[in-house]
Design a protein around this ligand. Structure first.
Ligand code: ZN
Length: 78
């Protein structure tokens, strides 16, 4: 999100009018206030030692019809 914000705020980059496409129903973007709960749920459900257990994730979308969610894996740019 930080990266997208930076791109959108830079009209010189030519992306000033770019907006993300709406998600197909019943998927919705996770409001920032609800991200922590989904991220904690994922951490609780991932077994210790699993590849995901040591990565920092951000909840970005969830399905309104079931409990599926999409997470972004945060990485450090080199
Ligand atoms: Zn679903």
């Amino acid at each position: 999100m930080r990266h997208a914000d930076r791109v959108e705020s830079d009209p010189g980059a030519g992306y000033a009018s770019w907006r993300p496409a709406a998600l197909p129903d019943p998927w919705v973007i996770v409001p920032s206030a609800l991200r922590g709960a989904l991220e904690a749920e994922l951490k609780a459900e991932v077994a210790e030692g699993h590849e995901l257990s040591s990565l920092h994730v951000t909840a970005i979308a969830r399905c309104g019809a079931c409990d599926n969610a999409v997470f972004r894996i945060e990485t450090s740019p080199i």
